[in-house]
Every structure is written in structure tokens, then in C-alpha cells.
Ligand binder design. Structure first.
Ligand code: AMP
Ligand code: MG
Length: 492
């Protein structure tokens, strides 16, 4: 029997929603669970007694073999638009919400086990997760958190000892995911599909309580919630665009109400800049290409608005009018957030009418040169002292742009040193590069987890200067031509 005392007591608020929103499911567990990594910093925030927690007990709980006190595992029901087509019956097919905890910061967090076995929503799937996607989610979601981007977190990774069958037999694994909630646009589509206004109201009240308590008392709470989600998503996508991050599968079931990045499947950080870049092997039309992310998020907000219509106004025409005018605020919110992100990346504090063009022209130059996205901005932090480093990325046409940028910097009141240190907080030196993640997964499949730990350790401080050697050094550099990763895959 495991010692469960180092685990905080789990709570459940989601189960107070009507029963149609979830199914109670016991996790399958694992035949030989082994802890690969525990995120101690996050565990502390969540109220785990990390010093008293043994590896063996952690493996038991983070594989679902043992349930922490208060845990009531459920699979959440949701619907969603996948690549533009509506699917009313999605839901947690390979994940279970184990419960919620109130962290030391006073916030409520969902604790979810991913790869925990079949549920009533598994359809054809086995409910399992393979080791590669689990390690990828751990590394990339934690890197996003360290980069300061709203995201779900990874609390633990375990191997299960049970094989899973994909194109070949692979080791099974589970990741424990932490989120400020798992409410998605697709959860609202599901509630709307049920055609029962009371259930939609319960869900809306619940979402407001968790994510927008300040908007609960507004005259039209559903419209207020929509506005809140729009603002959070606009700001989230702006953060992605400032880091060269491509989510890869922005279906409405992967679009959160909290504004956190969720579902690290075929996602990738770009190396060479190409606005049309797609990595996901199933995104044949390029629907979720890098530059399409803002209009797709806007589209997802229209889907949320549609689901909320019955609550916005009893008069349908009026409801549509109000919803539309709210959805129409997305592009403005995005543009403002995006310009703020990009100004900061260029070391600009003040606002000038020409800034949008300055950004656009830099990106055009980068696209022409397939300049390394992360490397170029990091080199700019050290310019103009070291223009050569920038010109290496933008040559031969970069000189004019550099002169324009310097002239623009001349309008700023900040000193060169202030600008440089500010730029270093927004332009990372390292990102989870695809080719390093692939290499890490290959090693882990051979039983060597050292590269996984090295990547996770390095990415804990992505804004520090990259070290001269080791994994951190590798993560700063674009891949050699033979190492370029061209396609990424969903975790299924
Ligand atoms: P995703 O594309 O990962 O967001 O998953 C889309 C849907 O497929 C969700 O309903 C998942 O629960 C379900 N799903 C993905 N992988 C599996 C699996 N291995 N077994 C069962 N359901 C799955
Ligand atoms: Mg998903």
C-alpha cells in the first residue's frame, strides 16, 4: 500500500455539473509503473510534500494504480470541429480528470492523467499513450511555461510497462497534465448540441466561476464569457506568433476557455522562418499553417459564439447581432497583442505608426532568407554592437532594415543596456527544436533517458545565454540539413 500522505487532497467541482458532462471511469493502471520525471517545482505549488514523496509511490499515483484521497476519476464529454467539420461525440478518450487541487497560490488546478486507458469516449482508440508523445508533451509544455506562455503543465511522466501498438509496438507511458481547467470551446459545442438551455447555463456559470469571476454579474454573462475567451485567445496566439510556435491541430476541442495552450501533439517550433510552414502529417491543406493561426483562432471564437447564442438573448436575431459584434473584436485584440509582443522583441517601448511595417519588413526578409526565427531575434538583442550576427541571418539585404531599426531605436529614451536586457527577456536563446526532440525520443526508446532530462533541464531557463556545449548549446542552433524534421504526428 502506498503512502498517500504527501499528496494533496483532491477536490472535484466538475462532477457537480449535470451527469451528461462526464462519465465516471476507473483508470486501468499500469503493470509496472516507473517514474521518469517529477516536476518538483510544480508539485510544490500544487501542495505536494515533495521531500516525503517516494519514487515508488509517485509511480503508483501518476499511473492511476492508486488514487489520491478525494480523487473521483472522470472522462469529460465534449464535441468539436476537427479540420472544420463538426464531430458531436469526442470527449476524453485517453485521459481522465483525477480531480482538482487548490494550489498554494490559491488557484484551482485540474489534475489529469493522459494515456490512462479506454473510456466511453475512446471510439476506436486504445486509450493509451506511447512514450514518445508523452515525453514530447512534457518537454514542450514545460518549455512553453518557462517561456512565459499560458499553457497546461506537465507534473509527471511515467512508463507503464505495458506495450502499445502503433505502427509498431512501443513502450506505453502516461503524462500527468495540470491545467487551470480542461474546458474547451468543444465543451460548449457539446452542451449546445444537447439542446438543453439549463445545461448550457450550468456550464457557462461554471466557466465564469473558474475563469472570469469578475464578469459573472454582467448583464449578459454568456456574452461576457465570450469576450473573456476572445481576449485570452487573442493574447495567447500573439505569444505563439512571437516565438515561431505552430500548434498544428487547432481544432475547437483543442482550444481552451482559459486561454492556455493545450494538446501538444504535432506541434513544433519553426527553425527557418516560413509563414506557410506546416509540420503536422495530417494537415494536408495547411489549415493550421503558422500564419493561419490568428484567423483560425478567430474562427474558433465564432464557433464558441454560435454555441452560446441561446444564452445571449431570447430574440435570436438580437443574439446573433450581439455575438457577431463581440466576435468581431478578435482581430483588433489580436493586432494589439501581436504588435506589443513584436515591439518588445525589437526593443521598442514607445509606439510609432511605422512599427507594424518595420516588423512586417523584417519578417519578409527573414522569409526570403529562411532565417532561423529564434536565432535572428536573439542576434538582434546584441545588435547594434554585433550587426554581423544579425546580418548572418539576413544577408545580403539586411543592412537597410538594420539602419531603419536603429533610426527607430534612436527615438527611444532607453539606454542600449536597458534595451538589451529587456530584449533578452522576450527573445529566447533556446527553444525545443524538433530535431533534438526526435533524437531525445529515439534515445528514450533505446532506454536512455539522459537526453530527455538534459532537454527538460536546459529549457527551464530559455532566456539565459545558451551554454557552449551540451544539450543547451544544441538547442540554440538550427538543424544540419540532414537533421531537419519535416513532419510531426499526433500523439494517437
Ligand atoms: P487529439 O487530436 O489528441 O486532441 O484527440 C482527438 C480525440 O481523439 C479526443 O476525443 C481524444 O480523446 C481521442 N483520442 C486520441 N487518441 C486516442 C487514443 N489513443 N485512444 C482513444 N481516444 C483517443
Ligand atoms: Mg485534444
Amino acid at each position: 500500500m502506498s503512502d498517500l500522505s504527501p499528496f494533496p487532497r483532491y477536490d472535484t467541482s466538475y462532477t457537480k455539473l449535470p451527469e451528461r458532462f462526464f462519465a465516471q471511469v476507473a483508470p486501468y493502471g499500469a503493470s509496472e509503473p516507473r517514474l521518469v520525471r517529477l516536476n518538483e517545482g510544480l508539485a510544490e505549488v500544487l501542495g505536494f510534500d515533495v521531500t516525503a514523496l517516494s519514487e515508488a509511490d509517485a509511480a503508483q499515483v501518476f499511473s492511476g494504480n492508486q488514487l489520491a484521497d478525494g480523487s473521483q476519476p472522470i472522462a469529460m464529454a465534449y464535441a468539436g470541429h476537427q479540420f472544420g467539420g463538426f464531430n458531436p461525440g469526442l470527449g476524453d478518450g485517453r485521459a481522465l480528470l483525477l480531480g482538482e487541487v487548490i494550489g498554494k497560490d490559491g488557484k484551482r488546478y485540474d489534475i489529469q492523467l493522459k494515456g490512462s486507458g479506454q473510456t466511453p469516449f475512446s471510439r476506436q482508440g486504445d486509450g493509451r499513450a506511447a512514450l514518445g508523445p508523452v515525453l514530447r508533451e512534457y518537454v514542450v509544455s514545460e518549455a512553453m511555461a518557462a517561456l512565459g506562455v499560458p499553457t497546461t503543465r506537465a507534473l509527471a511522466a511515467v512508463t507503464t510497462g505495458d506495450p502499445v501498438l502503433r505502427e509498431r509496438v512501443l513502450p506505453g507511458a502516461m503524462v500527468t497534465r495540470v491545467a487551470s481547467s480542461h474546458l474547451r470551446v468543444g465543451t460548449f459545442e457539446y452542451a449546445a448540441f444537447l439542446g438543453d438551455t439549463d445545461k448550457l447555463t450550468s456550464l457557462t456559470d461554471y466557466a465564469l466561476e473558474r475563469h472570469d469571476p469578475g464578469r459573472r454579474d454582467e448583464e449578459r454573462p454568456a456574452l461576457a464569457l465570450l469576450q473573456g475567451v476572445i481576449e485570452r485567445q487573442a493574447s495567447l496566439i500573439a505569444r505563439w506568433m512571437g516565438l515561431g510556435f505552430i500548434h498544428g491541430v487547432m481544432n475547437t476541442d483543442n482550444c481552451t476557455i482559459s486561454g492556455e495552450t493545450i494538446d501538444y501533439g504535432p506541434c513544433a517550433f519553426m527553425d527557418g522562418y516560413n509563414p506557410a510552414q506546416v509540420y503536422s502529417s495530417i494537415d494536408h491543406q495547411g489549415r493550421y499553417a503558422f500564419a493561419n493561426q490568428p484567423p483560425i483562432a478567430h474562427w474558433n471564437m465564432a464557433v464558441l459564439a454560435q454555441a452560446l447564442l441561446p444564452l445571449i438573448d431570447p430574440d435570436e436575431e438580437e443574439a446573433v447581432r450581439l455575438a457577431q459584434s463581440t466576435v468581431d473584436t478578435f482581430p483588433g485584440h489580436f493586432q494589439r497583442a501581436y504588435l506589443a509582443v513584436m515591439r518588445a522583441k525589437l526593443g521598442l517601448v514607445s509606439e510609432d505608426a511605422g512599427d507594424a511595417d518595420l516588423v512586417k519588413d523584417l519578417l519578409s526578409l527573414m522569409a526570403e532568407n529562411e532565417a532561423d526565427f529564434t536565432g535572428t531575434f536573439r542576434a538582434l538583442t546584441d545588435a547594434p554592437l554585433q550587426d554581423a550576427a544579425v546580418l548572418k541571418h539576413l544577408a545580403p539585404d539586411g543592412t537597410d532594415w538594420l539602419e531603419r531599426w536603429k533610426a527607430r531605436l534612436g527615438q527611444e529614451k532607453t539606454t542600449a543596456e536597458q534595451r538589451r536586457s529587456a530584449m533578452r527577456t522576450v527573445n529566447p536563446s533556446i527553444i525545443p527544436r524538433n530535431h533534438r526532440i526526435e533524437a531525445m525520443i529515439t534515445s528514450a526508446l533505446d532506454g536512455d533517458f539522459a537526453p530527455f532530462h538534459a532537454i527538460a533541464d536546459a529549457l527551464a531557463s530559455p532566456y539565459e545565454d545558451a551554454p557552449d556545449d551540451g544539450e543547451g548549446a544544441q538547442l540554440a542552433l538550427p538543424p544540419a540539413p540532414e537533421d531537419v524534421v519535416h513532419a510531426t504526428f499526433c500523439g494517437t
